[in-house]
Design a binder for this molecule. Structure first.
Ligand code: URA
Length: 199
């Protein structure tokens, strides 16, 4: 059994925070243990919670498009989330996304650390402010440092690139959406180039 498969099985039984009791299942990362790039989002959404895979809903479809445009193949990437359970509040039949709290991030971070230790990627990309702040500290400002190659103690010697979350592109006003998507693609292109140069 591969290290990641073993981690996935252990994470399925994780009860480190109360989110395990509200969602359908633990949504562990997906991809090859030999991936050069790890992409870490915030937490699974409604679709991911049901399907048990990260980034399979609308944000995932946009991420796929952006990766394709950036020339980064999904096989070269391992996709995961900082928090591995869906946090939501009910509104009638709908489950509305809620940003995970620091306690959820703290409880879940050991799983991301274990994924990173098993994969030893060439580059870590965080998608959105929650993922970036979980690894770089709460004073990190995505607006100031997105698209930069940063240092992070979770992956010593490996650059971390913080970029926007695909959901932010989907939520952007229509007249800004293309520009935001172009920005995400440019960051992913830099990620691809950087990872390739480090191999
Ligand atoms: N948003 C995330 O941050 N992760 C997912 O897996 C889906 C949506």
């Amino acid at each position: 059994m591969s290290e990641l498969t073993e981690l996935r099985e252990r994470a399925a039984a994780c009860t480190a925070c109360e989110l395990h009791a509200v969602g359908t299942q633990t949504v562990f990362g997906q991809g090859s243990q030999r991936a050069a790039i790890v992409l870490a989002g915030e937490q699974p959404g409604d679709n991911e919670d049901v399907e048990g895979e990260p980034f399979v809903g609308p944000a995932g479809k946009l991420l796929d498009r952006a990766l394709l445009r950036a020339g980064v193949s999904r096989e070269d990437a391992y996709v995961t989330n900082v928090v591995k359970h869906f946090r939501f509040k009910r509104q009638g039949k709908r489950r509305i996304h809620q940003t995970p709290g620091v306690e959820h991030v703290r409880a879940c971070l050991p799983w991301l650390q274990a994924e990173l230790d098993a994969i030893e990627p060439q580059l870590l990309v965080t998608l959105g402010a929650t993922a970036a702040k979980s690894l770089l500290g709460t004073s990190f400002r995505l607006t100031h440092h997105r698209g930069e190659l940063l240092e992070c103690s979770a992956v010593p010697g490996v650059p971390l690139l913080a970029t926007v979350h695909p959901s932010a592109v989907l939520r952007a006003p229509e007249d800004r959406r293309d520009e935001m998507l172009d920005g995400l693609v440019a960051d992913l292109e830099l990620a691809g180039r950087t990872a390739a140069a480090r191999k």
